[in-house]
Design a protein around this ligand. Structure first.
Ligand code: LLP
Length: 409
């Protein structure tokens, strides 16, 4: 069920008409559906129900504490990649024993914080990181649970800037290095090797690379004879942004995961981000100006790449839909662009679109993951508001940033 849909030409999020919000709140703003988040979480869990996984929501996809609270209530843990994300996850009520910490460059302070908070796993990404954790743990007279991240050298078809599992990518250890790390782990006396983790990239729409990864994990377990307590299979499950995107079918992968779990008697962890949040939000924005170009019309929005970065960074296509539909046609092609002084501050171009007027409202779709969390103050613009809808109630979960806070330095 889609919680973001039209009722008689008017765009609604759950029981609230977007138009009614634009008359009360200044645009642009992010607008989420709480039920959609809860439903996505449930449906992700149900896909893998047989293996009863711990789901650690990838906080980098959306780090708003109120959203983390919604997920926490559903039973989610957290995958974090910084001390800040770790503190946010804890503040939202997620128990440290459901938190895993990934990332290639954890600082000493971040490692100490993770140890102090007694999180489930620090997913180590290099031998030298393990040596540092071992040293810190020794100083604190503690034995620390770690996971070791594998780089399986698997090419998962996705945008080249969000692939993480190929040999040339900086993440994890190669199969050979990981095996020798495992066989020498006893030397690092203050570490417990509790897990193996892997994450091969993001927005992956085929299940094959995930299946191949599972094979590499089997090979490692067979070779090392280390039966890890946890196997963290990462995130990366894609969503359909474009009409032609093929929906990923997780059924057969899920069966393989279940067999794997039974064979090696391990606990399964997943770290989805986009699959839980991606389609749960729109970015509501106003057509500030219409401008005739030589072969198209520019619809200049009041939201830009500072507010929503995915298009500028990854050439991602996000549909822009009208807040109120009409039956009239725009003359010629139309390109939606933002106000930031960069050529890449543009969103999407349509050959056909409905008639638009200045001050009309439109919504950039599928912005719940890596939308607000990737936004910035570029061009000294304040961060925009985030609002969540629960049935017929709207609640501000991040206020628009006060411009004064940008004038301090
Ligand atoms: N686990 C680890 C270790 C990760 O690095 C990531 C994402 C995830 C889990 C969650 O992946 P997801 O399920 O959301 O695909 N900013 C980019 C995406 C970067 C993803 C980085 N790592 C974008 O907007 O497409």
């Amino acid at each position: 069920m889609s919680y973001i849909r039209y009722k008689n030409k008017n765009l609604f999020v759950e029981g609230v008409s977007v138009k009614s919000l634009t008359s009360k709140l200044s645009t642009p703003f992010y607008l989420y559906s709480k039920s959609n988040i809860a439903e996505n979480y449930k449906s992700f869990f149900n896909n893998f129900k047989k293996s009863n996984p711990l789901i650690c929501f990838s906080v980098k996809a959306n780090s708003n504490i109120q959203i983390l609270k919604v997920l926490k209530k559903m039973g989610s843990g957290a995958d974090v990649v910084s001390g800040g994300e770790l503190l946010k996850a804890i503040k939202s009520g997620i128990k440290p024993n459901k938190i895993v910490f990934s990332g290639v460059g954890k600082s000493e302070d971040e490692i100490k914080l993770a140890i102090r908070k007694k999180i489930l796993l620090i997913n180590v990404e290099s031998e030298n990181e393990a040596i540092l954790i071992n040293k810190i743990a020794g100083g604190l007279k503690k034995k620390i649970a770690i996971g070791i991240r594998l780089n399986p050298d698997i090419n998962a078809p996705t945008h080249k800037k969000i692939s993480t599992g190929k040999a040339e990518d900086k993440f994890g250890l190669s199969k050979t290095n990981l095996i020798s790390f495992c066989l020498n782990i006893k030397k690092l006396k203050n570490l417990k090797l509790n897990a193996i983790s892997v994450h091969i990239g993001s927005q992956i729409l085929s299940e094959n690379p995930f299946k191949k990864t599972l094979k590499v994990l089997e090979e490692i377990i067979e070779k090392t004879k280390i039966y890890f307590k946890f196997v963290d299979l990462g995130g990366g499950f894609g969503i359909t942004y474009k009409k032609n995107d093929k929906k990923i079918n997780l059924k057969s992968y899920s069966n393989l995961v279940d067999k794997f779990k039974k064979k090696y008697d391990c606990n399964i962890i997943f770290e989805p981000g986009r699959a839980i949040l991606g389609n749960t939000a729109i970015l509501v924005t106003k057509v500030q100006y219409l401008k005739k170009g030589s072969n198209k019309t520019f619809a200049i929005l009041n939201a830009g790449m500072n507010d929503f970065m995915r298009t500028a960074l990854y050439d991602a296509v996000h549909n822009i839909i009208p807040v109120v539909k009409n039956n009239k046609k725009n003359k010629g092609p139309l390109e939606f662009v933002g106000p930031i002084c960069e050529t890449t501050c543009k969103f999407v171009k349509y050959n056909k679109y409905q008639k638009l007027n200045q001050s009309d409202y439109v919504a950039i779709s599928d912005v719940g993951a890596y939308g607000a969390s990737l936004s910035s103050n570029y061009n000294t613009k304040p961060l925009i508001a985030e609002i969540i809808i629960n049935k017929s109630k709207a609640r501000i979960i991040r206020k628009k940033q006060d411009i004064k806070s940008l004038l301090k330095q």
